[in-house]
Design a protein around this ligand. Structure first.
Ligand code: SAH
Ligand code: SF4
Ligand code: F3S
Length: 483
């Protein structure tokens, strides 16, 4: 049987308001043959993009391990390599196409190696078309709605010696009981929803991920309970729009109520991302403010500070509404840190409109921010707009914006000097094995001297220096003596 199902952008944007996502339990069932396909073979998964993709990567690893495959760090030793891709901007895609070219050299040396591509790029008509025509050695292509079909797709390649290409463009269902190999043993991502119905005019996510569909709260709570019982210290609740959680369910909790129930479980740290300003309720703010284990850190994407651009982007708020929400959060949540996303150079953005963004940035003085040059995404409404702003101007605006953002993040970090912060220890610093690293409650990265902590400990660290992107510190209690 040849597995071919190609992405279709028109289907991807279709929303039937009456459609209720189906909950598919025990979503990956393996036949006895599939359970041993990977015995003696190695796999490697390379993940790009957002945390939703990281979580998908964990599920893909889980499925492969259930099929008998063993993880390897070395690409040359892998029998299957899967690129779990992101389509959010053109440069994200170019990186992946470069990597595929590189992987071809491995395939030349080892012809039975399977090279696969999945994730958001697999949902794009043009990408799959190019892969089919120009990259015949990419034998496995599957979409974001097809992850549970991985065993059948691999079986088809191995047994029928055929390419497996299967991408559904549909509103999407909810898969439960997926196997997974989590990246960490002390902190975990928990999907609370998938997809997005906001259709911001620049954004490809609603097309690549399908409609917004929330998991039942009982399934989310059972997952958090399991993680808590297994020693996890932190969960991050994931969704493109976490505060719209439950709006697609008839009779379940709101996001504020869900946060309360997750908090009741008693896990030390709860985070969530991303919050769309439009759905941010007062109940949510009150819940965050009232619970010690809900971390005082909020990612609140601005995108632009100009009302006309916000309208063209389809963001559903004005700069004034955004600032009102921002002030409310800052006033009610003690010691909160707020980060943001900003796009510069949306089609026809004027210098004046860009300066409105700078004004909001100067007001909000964000703790941290991600800034991007607008990248047209085929199939989205903004990609059809004629744009009179040159790339040079866009780059220059990005530079000016980044200089400001850097100033503010450094200012916040310097203000931490002398403070004692609770840090969840992640491991050793990449550059110096004498130094450990972890995050404060407000999600600031700290590199600190300490010789007696373990990954997963929450320890007091005295902050000695604040820099642009991180803090330096020293553990307060060091049984073997601080060096
Ligand atoms: N759901 C989140 C965003 C997910 S995408 C939200 O609504 O905020 C992450 C970020 O990528 C976005 O916040 C936006 O700043 C940026 N982004 C999305 N599409 C983009 C595009 N076409 N060009 C440039 N940046 C984009
Ligand atoms: Fe994209 Fe907007 Fe949905 Fe965020 S809310 S994922 S920016 S469409
Ligand atoms: Fe990228 Fe898809 Fe996430 S486009 S940002 S991986 S939802």
């Amino acid at each position: 049987m040849k597995e071919i199902n190609l992405p279709n952008i028109r289907q991807a944007q279709f929303r039937d308001r009456n459609y209720r996502a189906e909950i598919i339990r025990d979503a990956v069932k393996l036949t006895p043959e599939q359970k041993i396909i990977g015995n003696g073979l190695n796999y490697h998964v390379i993940t790009y993009g957002c945390q939703a993709n990281v979580r998908d990567g964990e599920v893909i690893s889980g499925i492969l391990e259930n099929m008998g495959y063993t993880y390897t760090d070395a690409l040359s030793e892998a029998d299957i390599i899967i690129l779990n891709t992101c389509a959010i901007r053109e440069n994200a895609e170019n990186k992946v196409l470069g990597e595929i070219g590189f992987l071809q050299s491995f395939k030349r040396k080892k012809s039975e190696m399977i090279i696969g591509l999945c994730g958001c790029m697999a949902q794009e008509e043009k990408v799959v078309d190019v892969l089919m025509k120009k990259y015949p050695f990419v034998e496995l292509i599957f979409g974001t709605h097809n992850i549970n079909r991985l065993p059948q797709l691999i079986e088809n390649i191995i047994h029928n010696k055929q390419r497996s290409i299967e991408v559904y463009s549909r509103q999407g269902d909810i898969y439960e009981d997926l196997p997974s190999v989590r990246q960490f043993k002390h902190k975990a991502f928990v999907n609370i929803m998938d997809g997005c119905d906001k259709f911001c005019t620049y954004c490809i996510v609603p097309y690549t991920r399908g409609q917004q569909r929330s998991r039942l709260s009982k399934d989310i709570l059972a997952e958090v309970q399991y993680l808590y019982a297994n020693g996890y210290k932190e969960v991050t609740l994931l969704g493109q729009n976490v505060n719209a959680y439950g709006k697609d369910l008839d009779d379940d909790l709101s996001f504020a109520e869900l946060l309360g129930k997750v908090s009741d479980i008693g896990i030390e740290r709860i985070r969530f991302t991303t919050s769309h300003p439009w759905d941010f309720s007062d109940d949510m703010i009150d819940m965050i403010a009232s619970r010690k284990n809900i971390m005082p850190f909020i990612h609140l994407p601005l995108q632009s500070g100009n009302d006309e651009i916000l309208r063209l982007m389809g963001r559903r708020y004005t700069s004034e509404q955004y600032l009102t929400l921002f002030d409310k959060i800052k006033t009610k949540v003690a010691d909160v840190a707020i980060s943001t996303d900003i796009i510069v150079g949306f089609p026809n953005e004027t210098e004046q409109q860009f300066e409105d963004t700078l004004k909001v940035v100067n007001y909000c003085q964000y703790d941290n921010a991600y800034s991007f040059i607008y990248s047209p995404r085929e199939g989205t409404p903004a990609a059809k707009m004629i744009d009179n702003v040159s790339l040079e101007d866009k780059k220059e605006r990005l530079q000016r914006l980044n200089a400001k953002l850097g100033e503010y993040s450094k200012m916040h970090n310097v203000a931490y000097e002398g403070r004692i912060e609770k840090v969840l220890v992640d491991g050793y610093s990449k550059t110096d094995k004498e130094i450990m690293c972890g995050y404060t409650e407000s999600q600031k990265l700290v590199n600190f001297r300490c010789n007696d902590a373990h990954v997963g400990d929450i320890i007091d660290v005295k902050i000695t220096q604040g820099m642009k992107n991180s803090l330096n510190g020293i553990a307060v209690e060091n049984k073997k003596g601080v060096q």
